[in-house]
Structure formats: C-alpha cells, structure tokens
Ligand binder design. Structure first.
Ligand code: MEV
Length: 424
C-alpha cells in the first residue's frame, strides 16, 4: 500500500475523514476508532493544530495548602504522574506551617535576537546599533503600537559578538500580561528590515529567545528545624540530610538532573494547566541550571541556627492572556481557581510550587525513601492498569498495598475476586 498517497492533502480533510483514512490504512479497530472519536473536540481545538484527530487528555487536579506571600492558593495542576499533586500539597502544608513561602519577581522582560552572519568587523555593527538605538527602538514600537498603549514595549537594544562572523542584536521587550512571542517576532522582523535597508547587511534569522533570564522569580522558605520530626535530634538529622541532598545536586550533574526533574514535576503541571508553553519553560530552566558551566540543582537548602532555608529561582517567561490561554477552554477556569490577577502573581505561584515539590521530594528521599510515599499511588495505577473501574479501584488498591511487590497477574486475580464477590 502506498501510504503517502493515502495521506495526500490530509490537512484538507475533516477529523472524521482523517480517522477513516487512518483506520483503513493502519487497521484501527472499531473500538480504537470510537476511542479517538469520543475524545474529539467540537470547539476550537481542531483549528489550533494541523491534521487534528482527537484531544489527548491528561488528568487535572488541584494542589492545596499553598501559602505564598501570606495568600492562600489552590493550584490547578495537569499531570499524569500519580504522586505529584499529593507531594505538592503535602510539601506546601509543611511550608505553610513554617509561615509560608515568600516569592518575588525580579524582572519580567522578553528577549529576542536578530542574528547577522558574515560580519567582517563586529565594531562596525556595534557602533551603528549604538548610534541608532533610539531609531531601532522606535521601529520596534511602530511594529506593535498596541503594546506601547498598554504600558509596555521595547526597552533595550544591544549587540553581542558570537564569533565566526556571527553577531546577535538583542532586543528586550516589556510584554505586559502576554507571552509575547508574536509581538516580539514582529518587532524583530521590523528591525531586521532596517538592518537590511540601511546597513545593507542580510540577517540570518530573527526569533525570540526562550532563555528567560530576564523573567526570574524566586521562592524562599525558612522552616524551624523542630517542625521536621517529633524528636528534636531526629528533626535536626532530617534537616542536615536535606541540606546534604541539596548540596549533592550542586556537585553532581547526574543527581542535579533528577533534583530538577522533581522541581519541574510541579512547575510543568501548573504551566500546562495555565495554557502556557511548557517546552519553553523547560528549556529556560535547564539553561539556567547550567549558567556557570556546570549543570546544577536549581534549588538550594541550607541549615543555619536551627532553621532550614530553601531557595529556588527560575526563569518563568509565562503569560496570562493571548495564545493558547485564550483558546483552551479550561485555562480561564484554572486562572480563576488559582485567583491569578497578573503574570507576576502566576510566576510567584509557579516557583513556590517548584520549591514545595522539591522539599517534599528531598524530605521523602532522605527519610522514608521515595517508594513508601509513592506506594499507594503506584498501587492505584496498577489497579487501573488491569482494568479496575473508578468504583473498584479503591478496594483493589487497599488489597494490593498488603502485598510486598504485587504484579499485574496478582492484581488481575484480586480484581476478579472483587468482581465475583460483587456478583454474589
Ligand atoms: C520523581 O518524579 C521526582 C524525584 O525523583 C525528584 C528527586 O529525586 O528529587 C523524586
């Protein structure tokens, strides 16, 4: 069979026609087709992407107990990992008992690049841009005047010599509440046109940077050591071990990756719930983690004077209006659940979630070990994977938790027993 012929002009087909073609060429069963069709969206989703087929769903829950800047939050999180929301809520509860998390935003600007190639003398570009700074900023403003009306707009322009004849012209823009990708790219292309016309220098490309280092948010918390266990000596030991675990993430990049993955468990889940580009946030975070040349943990925990203090700084170039936030129907509701009033507030909430998630992970790792806390969630996943319904899952989970290392066969057997009993 010629696959390419079957998929010719695929983008012009309706989702139903696409499904029929897929079913025919790839042999999808009736049940599989129904699964895909049932989840197909009647709203805007089919227009959001090319070759839309269906809507892939992920579970959404809310993390509770968050106290950030003395404000209580309920945090929508979208994740497929069973323990993430439980750990975030649990971590947040302990941090709230310690007086809550303090969060700040250092700046909130987006950066973009116009890249030139084949530059013979860097200084000539640098001098020209320095001399025409105001003119270039004005060109950027004119390219997107509405952002200026809203109080934002282009802020700075500078050049960097990248070597090998490449030069980057960097523009920073205050994008107000938006993610700002489109406005930035429009401004950069307008600047590129000026470079072309006035300097007669062809640009290689113009694009925003996802580095996010101009959009930093920091969360800190200070926990009285006595809070970490009933017995003070035990509590001190736990605090010391959390400090050591955090230190290892500074020394060893192999561990830092896992340490940061735990932070991003929480961060991505909120970013996703808020309709933002989580790939941008991920790449920004990992670039930030390697700022000094070695990949390190993004958070640090220190024990001083019987206080365990944790700090996390993250680049969080997120938006609360425009883009997917407008199109995905749940985003507006999630913003309402979290009572978010500005992008800065969302940045502070996200970095706070990252810190709570990290605290919960490190504390579990250096005390009971991660498996114990994960066990119930894992047993629930096992129950669901063998086909337990929402009604059957709690009972099956309970039974699985009594076994030492249950497998699918045992889970299926127990499920059958539950069903037999129900049928009696
Ligand atoms: C699991 O998804 C995340 C952890 O591995 C994070 C960590 O080790 O810090 C528990």
């Amino acid at each position: 069979m010629n696959m390419n012929a079957a998929f010719s002009q695929f983008y012009k087909r309706t989702p139903e026609q696409r499904l029929a073609i897929l079913a025919k060429t790839l042999g999808l069963s009736e049940t599989e087709q129904q699964e895909l069709q049932q989840r197909a969206d009647q709203g805007d989703a089919p227009l959001l992407i090319e070759n839309y087929l269906t809507t892939y769903q992920l579970p959404e829950g809310v993390a509770v107990n968050f106290l950030v800047n003395q404000h209580e939050y309920v945090v929508p999180m979208v994740t497929e990992e069973p323990s993430v929301i439980a750990a975030a809520s649990n971590g947040a509860k302990q941090l709230a008992q310690a007086g809550g998390i303090t969060a700040t935003v250092r700046s909130r600007l987006l950066t973009g690049q116009v890249v030139l190639s084949d530059v013979r003398v860097y200084a000539s570009i640098d001098d020209w841009v320095a001399l025409h700074q105001n003119e270039l900023l004005e060109v950027a403003r004119q390219a997107h005047p509405s952002i200026v009306k809203r109080g934002g707009g282009p802020q700075t322009i500078r050049t960097r010599d990248l070597g090998e004849g490449f030069v980057s012209i960097d523009l920073t823009v205050d994008v107000q509440s938006a993610m700002g990708a489109n406005m930035m790219n429009t401004m950069l292309e307008a600047i590129a046109d000026v470079i072309q016309n006035k300097l007669h220098h062809t640009t290689l490309f113009s694009i925003l940077s996802n580095a996010g280092d101009q959009s930093l948010a920091t969360a800190t918390v200070s926990i009285p050591v006595g809070q970490l266990a009933n017995d003070f000596d035990d509590a001190k030991r736990v605090a010391k071990r959390i400090e050591q675990a955090s230190r290892i993430a500074q020394l060893d990049s192999m561990r830092a990756v896992t340490h940061n993955k735990g932070i991003m468990n929480g961060v991505d889940a909120v970013v996703l719930a808020m309709g933002n580009d989580w790939r941008a946030i991920e790449s920004a975070a990992h670039a930030f983690a390697v700022t000094d040349g070695q990949y390190r943990g993004l958070s640090q925990w220190h024990l001083t004077d019987n206080q365990l203090t944790g700090t996390l700084t993250l680049p969080l170039p997120i938006g609360v209006v425009g883009g997917a936030t407008k199109v995905l129907p749940l985003v507006a509701i999630n913003q309402k659940i979290a009572q978010i009033k500005s992008p800065e507030e969302l940045m502070m909430l996200i970095v706070a979630v990252g810190l709570a998630q990290n605290f919960a992970a490190l504390k579990a790792l250096v005390t009971s070990g991660i498996q114990q806390g994960h066990m119930k969630m894992q047993m629930r996943s096992l129950a669901m994977s063998v086909g337990a319904t929402a009604v059957e899952t709690p009972a099956l989970t309970q039974q699985l938790m009594k076994l030492s290392d249950p497998n699918e066969a045992q889970a299926t057997q127990l499920l059958n027993q539950i069903r037999e009993k129900q049928g009696e």
